[in-house]
Design a protein around this ligand. Structure first.
Ligand code: CO
Length: 134
């Protein structure tokens, strides 16, 4: 069901600082910060060719990563996103096998303009998993 890792999202308290650290320490080329107000985050993309790292900083008052950063003030891995060929089939398969889909069972349009869903982390060993239609 899963294809490749699309991205690994890391919540950070300071996007400029995190971006500079990734560049200096790991020799990558981060994108400029991209505000995504509809998703409550500013994002720096680090393109690795076969996958991406997304550094996420809260944007606005009700950011979905604000609580995560309260609990993890230095930042941390927030979610891992895998590509799937058929997100509705993936959704049905998840529900049939006892996993909860966050925010209702309908996929939403994600940050890349494609349908996405998130699986409840309590049903995935404490790890937030995103699935994106490829
Ligand atoms: Co994501």
């Amino acid at each position: 069901m899963l294809d490749k890792v699309n991205h690994i999202a890391i919540a950070v308290p300071d996007l400029a600082e995190a971006s500079a650290q990734w560049q200096a320490r790991l020799g990558v080329t981060p994108s400029p910060p991209l505000p995504q107000p509809e998703h409550g985050v500013s994002v720096v993309f680090i393109d690795l060719g076969n996958s991406k790292i997304e550094l996420l900083e809260p944007l606005g008052n009700d950011s979905p990563i604000a609580r995560f950063l309260e609990q993890n003030p230095q930042g941390g891995v927030h979610h891992i996103c895998f590509e799937v060929a058929d997100i509705m089939a993936a959704r049905d398969h998840l529900i049939k096998n006892g996993a909860r889909v966050l925010g209702g069972d309908e996929p939403k349009i994600g940050a890349h303009g494609k349908p996405v869903l998130f699986i409840h982390p309590k049903d995935m060993n404490g790890t937030l998993i995103e699935l994106e239609q490829n």
